[in-house]
Write a protein that binds this ligand. Sequence first.
Ligand code: ATP
Ligand code: MG
Length: 756
Amino acid sequence: ADARPADYLEGLNPEQRAAVEAIEGPVLVLAGAGTGKTRVLTTRLAHILASGRARPWELLAVTFTNKAAREMRERITHIIGPSAEGLRWLGTFHSIAAQILRRHAELVGLKSNYTILDTDDQERLLKQILEAENIDSKRWPAKMLAGLIDHWKNRGWRPDQLLPAENGAFANGKGQALYRLYQERLRILNACDFGDLLLHNITIFTSQPDVLAEYHNRFRYLLVDEYQDTNVAQYLWLRLLAQKSQNLCCVGDDDQSIYGWRGAEVDNILRFERDFPGAKVVRLERNYRSTSHILAAAAGLIATNKSRLGKTLWTEAEGGEKVIVRGVWDGEAESRLIADEVERAKRAGRAYRDIAILVRASFQMRAFEERFVLLQIPYVVIGGPRFFERAEIRDAIAYLRLIQSEDDDLAFERIVNTPKRGIGDTTVQKLLQIARLNGVPASHAARQIVLTDELPARTRTALANFLRDLDRWRGQAEHIHHARLMETVLEESGYTDALKLDKSPQAQGRLENLKELVQSMGGYDDLQAYLEHVSLVMDLERGPQADSVQIMTLHQAKGLEFPLVFLPGWEEGVFPSQRSMDEKGEKGLEEERRLAYVGITRARQEARISFAANRQVYGRWTSQLPSRFVDELPPANVEASSETGYYGGGPGMQQHGSRWDNDPDFGGGYSSPGWRRAQANQYRGTHPGRQAVIEGDGRLVAVSESSAASAYKRGDRVFHLKFGYGSVKGVEGNKLTVSFDKAGEKKVIDSFVEKA
Ligand code: ATP
Ligand code: MG
């Protein structure tokens, strides 16, 4: 080779270079975060092309997201120039498998113009099948079956390949038959679901040797990033394609396997060496991303996991800031603190885009978004809409808008059939038409039409019920707080139930977002004020902001890096998430810990972890315990912010049983959150009904009445925004029975009244 193409090889360390240059034969790069795995993969691709071993369309390169694929294409273009455009087979598993299926659809009974069903369609179809088979879809919901079928497909099982145990998992042994019926229906509809893309590919490759041979000739080299997150079906697909050439290069990190719930298998790493004997295994140990404290903190944390392959990491970037850990009073204090620090970092010369906030669950984003809107800090939510733009939030707000104003046709249209209550598009169109003709709002038209025979009886009943619900809620809006109203509406409309039955991975997050919405409403006096606030937040300019703070979930942050990373909400139940611990026990906990490892290792220069002592859920305070992950961080690499009232000094360590207890390096500087926890409880113990108010920076500034235990007693005079003045007749937790001078006796929440 001449001198030119070697340019891109310069700067690689010897191990990286070995992985780039070992072009023939199977290669597995197994290495920790930030060691240059993605860089190796990209350089290897460029090297294969630049050395003339293959043409762009003879390479198969799999990335985890479309965004990652675009970035890789850009980097390669940078190295080899415009010929990188010929990289037709650079993309995600799904996008590549869909392309292949188009060309051979007829081999699995589809046409090349097949459609890919989304989860909604999938479920509707399954529902029809359940009905036709007389299976009680209350007991055996279509969503559950959809989840099972996905699971089977991720494992590479077609209906005839199900194990008897799997078959029992649905409707007393009918799972397999239903799965088969579903596949038949899909074929008739000329459609497939996401799981089918790979499964059909596998069927084609295994049943048609000539087709497989065609791809063996085509794909001379195969490359896979984030290998630890592949599932069985993806692995089988890769193995088939690489069978002949054996030129498969996978890069991954078992410590970053975070998609177990989607069927990803770390076992694929072990399988690789078995299925591709003689594979060259390359380990990279030098981390180029982070400073030493960040790296050591991450390494110390992940060392708690039992099931790992184990590896060493080092960096030349000695020194730097320690990982900062802070306890704050509550979620709002946390967002205040982080927003302040974002501004400070900006003033100190950092660009907004160099700052990331990585959360465990999307409901955590709301507090930051509102704060950023207020302070006019530009931000983007990566991988999803912003909080108030989420479908479930828009739906919920639409209910409130319609309750507030019957004339709000947009709100009406949005929710008249959400959740599905049998009021189809045709009906809605008819209503809108009548409304237009008569110059009245759609809900008026609806009131008229239910008195006629215009609609089929079932639709008419459904619509009448909906109108009755609306009227009832409107009546309630007069005398209950709108946060409570929101809860009632979500429950009585069936919205929450529909989500609870939804077994898709997003459903849980949607429920959490709705809870967060209800919680955030507590701070507004009346519905009108709240709705105004929301429209202001939503109205904010959305244009692409070049320089914005990046807000995303930890899952979405995989593979990315930022100079300054905030990691909020490190509390038991939030992170590690209660759900993954409940559902998957120790395994779930280890996956959460890997997620924490992913989080810390995104940081190049600064990582700042925080946890709140209290979170408000449904207007009620719950005390939070700091995440066990906080305790697992090696004290030598952590700076517990000293201004916080929580950190004081030593005694807590023993009490808490941290695994660093016996660490001889442990000095008095770090004090355990366990101690803080005990302090907070002690405070509550000695001051029932009162809580310390601690400012964002952790200073104790005031002691106030708590809403957890009521500060009111019988006979107190109070003022309520809706009901006016009254006297307390009874106290039960934070609920008061008040005899109001005008409104009579009512039960109210104590935080909604003031002492008169
Ligand atoms: P992750 O596990 O998080 O996906 P990774 O192993 O894929 O990380 P990369 O993203 O490829 O790591 O690299 C991390 C950072 O280190 C990048 O900024 C990359 O440009 C840089 N880097 C990698 N190798 C070198 C090198 N030899 N010299 C200088 N910088 C490097
Ligand atoms: Mg990477």
